[in-house]
Design a protein around this ligand. Structure first.
Ligand code: KIV
Ligand code: ZN
Length: 499
């Protein structure tokens, strides 16, 4: 039977402290709700004493979120704790996270104090927090560089004072996994009341060891991990939530589980990246754009034969639709054919040979061939053979008229004409097409691009539609973007008819 690991997300506190990543309250609520859907156990919503904005965010997140515990940070300072408690007044389950530095650096160089006084302050802070909430977490800042014997004394004292969770942060990201694991083990073996609290890890990534240290902590008895989406956080960041969630999911022999709904991971990663204007590095584990991309011919061939040849995670498990095969001049016909099939195109061997030649010519000029390029290459071939043909498109649109479109389609040598109105010319034209083909399709994606950028340019339009539960892609290109759009829509609908 596997043991539960509590996921404590600090994207909105340690992550949000990063310069340039600040969010307003509405945005924080959006992230908090996404974290709730993702299945995190605790959301550290802010540091209420630090600013009125942080205070308000903790209040509003407490109201908006139902299941996760809402946590507010404070120093071991009376006023901090009172303000944190006040900010948590609407939380269904509130936790105060209070603490103080315990390493020699912090005690002597920052706090100008001594070992005994620090223990007294730590105990007083926990006791005060306990007057407001049952759930009190204590952090021993810079525990990574705190001697184990002294750390054990601090931890024993705060548990005695009522701490329910004891956080052992590697604040500076200095610890080696073997030492960090040994520290957690030491606490388990030398703190007499350790069974009365959950041990938490909070690792920073200054030397790229945050995830390894967190894992070492778990293997030695920690049962809460403090993490952020995309690993954002102070300096080089914190342990990334998605890495820990997927390590525990992939390595069943660890016998540890989380409540993370892993299929939500990509969506939350994108949300945080977009709202915080913090791009995810392309090769970031799990959520980087290249995390499931294969570019060499050998790997492409291997993945197409069996995904598990080169992938240890099913992309669908983290909400990524497909592994991607990056098409370059090194790709073979198999990869090209596969990608075209994913895009909804099936060609004969002769047609593939022809497209492959054009593909190689283009790939020599351009490093990477994307779907748009492929659709352009393949679209021309397909337009000749598709079942539905756009014969006429007439559109009336402007500031003072109701946009209306007349569409004439040829289907199996019969001509069908109809007109429709819409909230814009494209909506009107698409509605007219739908009225002719009588299919309930839903437009999922609509992308217009100019090929070279001038006003006399060719417009390339790529649409994705959903019919029943399947997706169909369509492509159109024309100097008139309305025509290109309707061509793309008709192209996608033709593929439903082909099935
Ligand atoms: O890194 C750290 O030590 C912290 C504490 C405030 C928990 O963020
Ligand atoms: Zn931190």
């Amino acid at each position: 039977m596997s043991e539960k690991v509590f996921i404590f997300d600090t994207t909105l506190r340690d992550g949000e402290q990063v310069p340039g990543c600040q969010l307003n309250t509405i945005e924080k609520i959006e992230v908090a709700k996404a974290l709730e859907k993702l299945g995190v156990d605790i959301i550290e919503a802010g540091f209420p004493i630090s600013s009125p904005g942080d205070f308000q965010s903790v209040v509003e997140i407490s109201k908006a979120v139902q299941f996760p515990t809402i946590c507010a940070l404070s120093r071991a300072v009376e006023k901090d704790i009172e303000v944190a408690a006040d900010a948590l007044r609407y939380a269904k389950r509130g936790r105060i996270h209070t603490g103080i530095g315990t390493s020699d650096y912090h005690i002597f160089n920052k706090l100008n104090s001594n070992y005994e006084a620090i223990i007294e302050r730590a105990v007083a802070a926990v006791k005060l927090a306990k007057k407001y909430v049952e759930d009190v977490e204590f952090y021993a800042e810079d525990a990574g560089r705190t001697p184990n014997e002294y750390l054990a004394r601090v931890i024993e004292a705060v548990i005695k004072a009522g701490a329910t969770v004891v956080n052992i942060p590697d604040t500076t990201g200095y610890a080696l996994p073997i030492d960090f694991g040994a520290k957690i083990k030491y606490l388990r073996e030398n703190v007499s009341n350790i069974d009365k609290a959950i041990i938490s890890t909070h690792c920073h990534n200054d030397l790229g060891m945050a995830t390894a240290n967190t894992l070492a902590g778990l293997q030695n008895g920690a049962r809460q991990v403090e993490v952020t989406i995309n690993g954002i956080g102070e300096r080089a960041g914190n342990t990334s939530l998605e890495e820990i969630a997927m390590i525990l999911k992939s390595h069943k022999e660890l016998n540890l589980t989380t409540g993370i709904q892993t299929k939500q991971i990509m969506e939350v990663s994108k949300l945080v990246s977009r709202l915080m204007s913090m791009p995810v590095q392309p090769n970031k584990a799990i959520v980087g754009r290249n995390a499931f991309a294969h570019s060499s011919g050998i790997h492409q061939d291997g993945v197409l034969k069996n995904r598990e040849n080169y992938e240890i995670i099913d992309p669908a498990d983290v909400g990524v639709r497909n592994s991607s095969i990056i098409l370059t001049s090194r790709s073979g016909r198999a990869a090209l054919t596969h990608r075209l099939e994913v895009l909804g195109y099936k060609f004969s061997k002769e047609q593939i040979d022809d497209i492959y030649e054009k593909f190689l010519t283009l790939a020599d000029k351009k490093k990477e061939i994307n779907d748009q390029d492929l659709l352009l290459l393949a679209g021309k071939e397909r337009k000749e053979t598709r079942k539905f043909k756009l014969e006429l498109l007439q559109v009336l649109s402007g500031k003072t008229v109701t946009p209306t479109a007349t569409v004439k389609l040829r289907i199996d040598n019969e001509i069908y004409t109809t007109s429709a109105a819409g909230n814009g010319p494209i909506d009107a034209a698409f509605t007219a097409v739908k009225n002719i083909v009588k299919k309930r399709v839903h437009l999922e994606e609509f992308l217009i691009q100019a090929i070279t950028g001038g006003s006399d340019d060719m417009g390339k339009v790529h649409v994705q539609i959903k019919y029943k539960n399947d997706l169909y892609y369509g492509f159109g290109s024309d100097t008139d973007i309305l025509t290109a759009s309707v061509e793309a829509f008709v192209d996608a609908i033709s593929k439903i008819a082909d099935e």
